[in-house]
Design a protein around this ligand. Structure first.
Ligand code: LIP
Length: 260
């Protein structure tokens, strides 16, 4: 089936206008340090209405997480706002993420930060783009020259000692580490060569479905922390992503990490 990437880009930009039009956040707590705001709800409702008009299929979103199992047929995997906490604190590092998955394979993805105006997109086999310009991962081959981001999700707060020990090792071995608070943007920045690797603790399909495709189309690699391909079923127990050149060096430090 033909897919109209231009139409998806238009929907994402309209979703961004929806996000920016919300005046009161009305934040609510879903779990410990896990929030939802009226921005998440408004964008979620908008995309649930608009995306099936582009390609009919089921919706799997952070705010309506009905697990699609093996992803038969078409599924839109959506995070209406990745980086909700950043929105609440006025940090403009947040993005809307949408991926079209057909029979388990991510065909297309788009990630839009309405605060910066940066829109990343990719189609399987078609390269990755930032605001229409082709992007590639960095050429960094030495860990000592790498800038690496990591995330600390709200689940399993207080049980992150093993993960943080590995982040400390990455910090010692590299040019530095950063925590952005949005896995979708980590993967896009890695795809655009701004970062050379990213590591994640617990992460859900809506956080990485679009970003992984954008990264892979830009020449990068995303695996679990044993170097195995990610299986998009429920919460992923470990994830790392690199520009490809640094895969072995980062894996050497991250190997063995996984949530129970
Ligand atoms: C965030 C996740 C993000 C993850 C961050 C944080 P928020 O939650 O969506 O992908 O990397 O560590 O947990 O701020 O969107 O609720």
């Amino acid at each position: 089936m033909d897919f109209d990437m231009g139409a998806l880009i238009q929907v994402m930009r309209r979703a961004g206008r929806v996000a920016l039009s919300v005046e009161e956040l009305h934040p609510h707590t879903k779990g410990a340090s896990d929030y939802v705001t009226d921005v998440d709800r408004a964008v979620d409702a908008f995309l649930i209405r608009e995306l099936p008009r582009l390609v009919p299929g089921r919706m799997y979103t952070e705010e309506t997480p009905i697990d699609p199992g093996d992803y038969p047929g078409n599924t839109w995997v959506v995070d209406p706002i990745d980086g909700t906490t950043n929105v609440m604190f006025g940090l403009n590092l947040s993005a809307i993420s949408a991926a079209l998955v057909t029979d388990g394979c991510v065909r297309a993805g788009a990630i839009y930060n309405p605060f910066s105006g940066e829109l990343f997109h990719a189609q399987k086999g078609g390269g990755a783009f930032l605001n229409g310009q082709l992007i590639r991962v960095s050429d960094t081959r030495d860990l000592a020259d790498a800038l690496i981001s990591f995330e600390l999700g709200p689940c399993a707060k207080g049980q992150q000692a093993g993960y943080l020990a590995r982040v400390t090792a990455l910090h010692q071995a590299s040019s530095g580490v950063r925590l952005l608070g949005s896995a979708a943007l980590d993967l896009c920045y890695l795809a655009a060569g701004r970062l050379s690797a990213c590591v994640f603790d617990a992460i859900h399909p809506w956080d990485y479905a679009a970003g992984r495709l954008i990264l892979e189309e830009a020449g990068g690699v995303a695996t679990d922390c044993e170097g195995k391909p990610l299986v998009m079923r429920g919460r992923v127990r470990s994830m790392m992503a690199t520009n490809g050149h640094l895969q072995e060096a980062v894996l050497e430090i991250m190997r063995g990490f996984a949530w129970e």
